[in-house]
Design a protein. Sequence first.
Length: 211
Amino acid sequence: MALIPPLLGLSPGDHGCGRTLTWLVQGAVHGGLTALVLREPHLSRPAYVELARRLSPLFENGLILHASHPDAIDVAEASGWGLHAPGKVEWSGLRGRIQGLLGMSCHSAEDLQNAAAAGADYATLSPVFPPFSKPSDARPTLGPDQLRTMVDGSPLPVFALGGISVETAAIAAQSGVHGIASMGHLFPEEADADLTEERAANLISAFLSGR
């Protein structure tokens, strides 16, 4: 089983829609990113598999397919890559099918307990702060105090997700989370490989220094 790193990247879901994800990811890898949740539900199965195969050598055991893609579970099972399951996916039975890292999206303490019971290796907990990728998201945020309470009672390594920047990464670190997860800050619309490298490095540094 792969070690669970302090930074988890989530792809922005726009590969082939005006920019190429592979270049952006390579920049982030140079900045220290070692795990990526591949969230590209718009791609056909052949295109999704091809993209995963191109990215896989960059991450060894740290490539994780997002189950929002209709073929992600089957592809992860056949390939040995990891899987990240959102709440709308039935969690029971996934552990027996996935050899790689198994992560689950959580939004409450009950979700965290259910994810652990389902055999997850880690969980993302969101939204901690207002998400950069979803500026119209009206859900209440957890904030650092509620995050700390949920992490204290969690049986799983938790990644803080939602509004994670250099500033909030340091705040999240003080809650005792295992790590931070980023999509909107790590892969903004204006990003190039130089920017993703800089942001990955800065996020990791801010989080580790905030512990």
